[in-house]
Every structure is written in structure tokens, then in C-alpha cells.
Design a protein around this ligand. Structure first.
Ligand SMILES: Nc1nc2c(ncn2[C@@H]2O[C@H](COP(=O)(O)OP(=O)(O)OP(=O)(O)O)[C@@H](O)[C@H]2O)c(=O)[nH]1
Ligand SMILES: [Mg+2]
Length: 478
């Protein structure tokens, strides 16, 4: 006792926990009981931590899937399909209501898509006008005689649509409000496309700023503030008739055709639904949200719980920006993926890259695929190819566009849908066979990821393959 007192005099910690010198027998009893209780609590916590550690070790490892492919290949749209299928629904009576909380944000994106499309159309009319006034001749025109007569009525419509420019600016500001942390991460590219860094929860930030709350918390709350004085919806509604008239005017269609502009193939095409999307109380449907275009910057991780082999699995899906400089730059960071879903938009066989007009967009996709296949870091990763935008591809082939005019190696083969798609599929399969450091199975699907029905069917069928691959790797590691 005397010795401990000596120690406690020297050591402040020992002093703090040492029993009082004049402790009575009763106080001692009480102190010992308290200490016993405290130890029991501490032991229980230790046991719980150990049990959790053991359970975590036993649980299947999270399934990691990376979406890869050039810009506009459909990565974010594929992710939206996963969200539609697997994120918790608000109730079993309102299936596919996942996007409910985000509808206000997607409405703005769709409005921006509409306004951008109209600017493309209006710019084409301006070019046609310049040509008809004998101004410097645009290279897209084959001859002066080809300039159609532009009616006064069409010109008046176009003039009445001038406010669209201001609306576009307002919409961009709404998507990137000051304080959302988005402004510095958001870029307006040279082609006027808005890109948002998806690593930041832009939709939540936007909704909160818009409504002062996390919107859409009740079942019938769509998160849209219909009385918001800054909402461009009412002006778009007022301009609706002119937008529809301008788009449907045969002269407009002729001008677009002559300038080789196919609006239907551009990302975020809503011009055939103008009446619906500019309606007073327009709320985007799930299909509309799948079609809405917002370019991705950076990388984002999404988590889902999926069951596939009877066990609940934690899935992590990574969506990355596919801008040319980014597409393969991601690869070194993703060497621990179980599966890569590689998206190749096959409909772009007749397009060149904006950044490099000498490069065919489909050839670019094939180039990225080759890099992925031969990459040593990814040799244990399962690869699944989505040959995407088959709907547009089919239309092009059926309208007489010849694959061989753009892909010379196609040669004299018949220009049918079956033959052309078969050729492209084989090309991707051969590259995997030739370039992969170790033999790997070739999984390939023709997809239209804007169609949620067929896509959910494909994703369900892939689920088991992906989980199986993940389990095999876990077994090998263990
Ligand atoms: N018609 C059609 N449109 C598609 C298809 N897949 C995607 N789209 C549209 O193409 C546009 C681009 O798709 P995204 O999913 O944003 O492309 P992304 O690969 O994420 O592009 P980045 O974010 O720039 O890398 C969107 O407007 C989609 O709605 C398809 O199969 N058919
Ligand atoms: Mg994207």
C-alpha cells in the first residue's frame, strides 16, 4: 500500500485511478462493483467487435463492376438501369419510383437538352440563310442551288425563340448553383455541352438548394416547386408552339438533311416529344430520365445490394467520364475490379471524333477495347461487351448506309443487319482472343440501354455470371 502511494505520487495516471486513502469498507465494495460492471461492458464491446470482424471475413467480398467506354457510349445510362432495378423502391405499390427524389433535377437536364437541340437546329437555319445571302459559303453545302427558300413565317418563329439563349444560361446556373460545390467541377466544353462531376452529389445539392430540403420525402412529392419564380418551365411552355412549329417545318428538316445533321442520333434527343416535355406540369418519366444526357466528369461509385445465388451481395458499380483523355486513363486505378462492362456504341461507325476528325468513332472504341484486353493489370478481370445503340445502328443500316464505306475491311459482305452486327461482334471477340494475356471467355450483348425492359433482362442474366466470377476470385484468394 505504502509503495503504491509512493508510485501514485509520482505518476499522475496512477494517482487518478488509485483508491482514496481513507476509503471505508462500504466505499470499497461499491467501487469494486462499479469496476466489475465497467469491465463487463468493455468485454462485451470487445466481443462484438471481434464477432463483426469474423462475420466480415466470412461474408462474400463486394462485387466490383467498372463501366468503361468512350464518351456517349451509354455508361451512365447503364448505371441508371441498375438504379431502376436495384435501388430501394419507396414502396411495393409504386415500383420504379426510385428516380422520384431526383425528378426535379432531371427535369432541368431535359429542359437543357431541349434548348441545346433547338440551338443546333437554329444554327443550321442561320447557316442556310447566310448561304442564301451569298455570304461565305459553308463547306457542308454542295451547291448554291441547294439552299431552300426560307419562309418569313419560319424566320419569325426563329426570332421569337431568341430568349432560348438566356434560358440555356439560366438552366446551367440552376444545375450548378453557387455553393453546391459543382461550379469548379463543371465545365462547358467547346460544343456547349454541360459536364458534371458525378463524384459530387449534384442532384442532392441542387434539390436542397432549390427547395431548402431534401426533396421528395413523401410518397406523392415529386420534388418540383411549381411556384418557383425562377423556373424556366413557364417560359418554355410559352415558346412551345414556336419550338414545335420550327422543328416540324419541312424547310427545317430539309436544311438539316442537307447539312447532314441527324438530330435523332444526338444525345438527349427530345424534339419529337416537345409537347410533352414543355407541358405546364411536365414530370419526367423513367424512360425520359434514361434518355436525358448529362456528361460525366470524374468517377463515381454506386452501391447496391443484389441477391443472385441466394446470398445478398454488396455491389459497387463505378461510372467514369469517357472523354477521350479519360477513357483508358482510369484503368490503372481499377485493377481490383471483378468485371468490366465495356460499352461500344456501334451506331457511330459513320462518325468522326470531334477532337480528331481523322479518327472514326467506332475504330476509337475498338482501340480502347484492344488496350483493355491486353492490359496485364486487368488480365483476371471478366470482360463483358455491350455493343450498344443497336436501335440507331439498325435504322442506319436499314436506311441504306453501307458499313463497308466506313469500315473498309468489311469488304463485299452483304449490308444486312445480321451480317454487319455479326462482323462487329467477331471483331471484338477476335481481339480478346489475340490480345488477352490469359484465355478469357467472351461475353457480348447487343444492347439499347435506353430501353429499360430489354436492359433489365440482360443485366439480370449477367448477374449470376458476375457473382460467380467474384466467388471464384474470393476462393482463389482464400
Ligand atoms: N438511341 C439510343 N440512345 C442511347 C443509347 N444508349 C445511350 N443513349 C443516349 O446517349 C447519350 C449518352 O449516354 P451516356 O450514358 O450519357 O454516355 P456516357 O458513356 O456516360 O458518356 P460520358 O459521361 O460522356 O462518358 C444519352 O443521351 C443516352 O440517352 C441507346 O442504346 N440508344
Ligand atoms: Mg456518363
Amino acid at each position: 500500500m505504502a509503495r503504491r502511494r509512493q508510485d501514485s505520487e509520482l505518476d499522475p495516471l496512477a494517482q487518478a485511478i488509485a483508491p482514496p486513502i481513507d476509503e471505508t469498507e462500504e466505499e470499497r465494495e461499491e467501487r469494486l462493483t462499479k469496476e466489475k460492471d465497467a469491465k463487463a461492458v468493455s468485454d462485451a464491446i470487445d466481443e462484438k467487435i471481434e464477432a463483426e470482424r469474423v462475420a466480415e471475413k466470412k461474408a462474400p467480398k463486394p462485387v466490383k463492376v467498372l463501366l468503361l467506354g468512350q464518351s456517349e457510349s451509354g455508361k451512365s445510362t447503364t448505371l441508371k438501369n441498375f438504379q431502376l432495378m436495384y435501388e430501394p423502391k419507396s414502396s411495393q405499390f409504386s415500383p420504379n419510383r426510385f428516380f422520384r427524389r431526383e425528378r426535379a433535377s432531371w427535369r432541368i437536364v431535359i429542359q437543357l437538352n431541349v434548348v441545346r437541340s433547338l440551338h443546333v437546329v437554329m444554327d443550321s437555319i442561320t447557316r442556310a440563310l447566310k448561304a442564301s445571302h451569298d455570304l461565305p459559303y459553308p463547306p457542308t453545302f454542295s451547291s448554291l442551288e441547294a439552299v431552300p427558300n426560307i419562309s418569313v413565317q419560319l424566320l419569325e418563329r426563329k426570332a421569337r425563340l431568341a430568349p432560348l439563349l438566356a434560358i440555356e444560361r439560366a438552366l446551367i446556373q440552376r444545375l450548378t448553383p453557387a455553393g453546391s460545390g459543382e461550379t469548379e467541377a463543371t465545365q462547358l466544353r467547346s460544343n456547349r455541352e454541360l459536364a458534371v462531376n458525378s463524384a459530387k452529389p449534384w442532384k442532392t445539392a441542387f434539390n436542397q438548394l432549390l427547395n431548402g430540403k431534401d426533396s421528395g420525402t413523401s410518397e406523392d412529392d415529386d420534388g418540383i416547386d411549381w411556384d418557383d419564380p425562377d423556373d424556366p418551365g413557364p417560359i418554355l411552355y410559352q415558346l412551345s408552339e414556336d419550338m414545335i412549329g420550327l422543328w416540324n417545318d419541312p424547310t427545317t428538316q430539309k436544311i438539316l438533311k442537307m447539312q447532314n445533321i441527324r438530330m435523332q442520333e444526338l444525345a438527349g434527343f427530345f424534339l419529337d416529344q416537345l409537347e410533352v416535355v414543355t407541358a405546364r406540369r411536365y414530370i419526367p418519366t423513367d424512360d425520359d430520365i434514361l434518355k436525358a444526357r448529362l456528361k460525366t466528369l470524374g468517377v463515381t461509385e454506386h452501391r447496391f445490394t443484389l441477391s443472385g445465388t441466394g446470398v445478398g451481395h454488396d455491389w459497387r458499380i463505378f461510372d467514369v467520364g469517357g472523354h477521350r483523355s479519360q477513357a483508358t486513363a482510369w484503368v490503372p486505378y481499377f485493377d481490383d475490379m471483378d468485371t468490366i462492362i465495356f460499352l461500344a456504341p456501334i451506331s457511330c461507325f459513320d462518325q468522326t471524333l470531334a477532337e480528331d476528325p481523322r479518327m472514326n468513332r467506332l475504330a476509337d472504341s475498338v482501340g480502347i477495347w484492344t488496350d483493355v484486353c491486353r492490359n496485364q493489370l486487368l488480365k483476371k478481370t471478366d470482360l463483358i461487351v455491350f455493343l450498344n445503340k443497336v436501335d440507331i445502328f439498325r435504322t442506319k443500316i436499314q436506311s441504306g448506309l453501307r458499313l463497308t464505306d466506313y469500315i473498309v475491311s468489311y469488304g463485299e459482305r452483304p449490308n444486312t443487319f445480321e451480317s454487319t452486327t455479326g462482323y462487329i461482334r467477331k471483331k471484338f471477340s477476335d481481339i480478346l482472343k489475340d490480345k488477352s494475356p490469359i484465355p478469357r471467355a467472351f461475353y457480348c450483348h447487343f444492347t439499347t440501354v435506353t430501353d429499360p425492359k430489354s436492359t433489365s433482362y440482360i443485366l439480370s442474366s449477367l448477374k449470376v455470371i458476375i457473382i460467380r466470377g467474384n466467388l471464384a476470385k474470393t476462393d482463389l484468394a482464400g
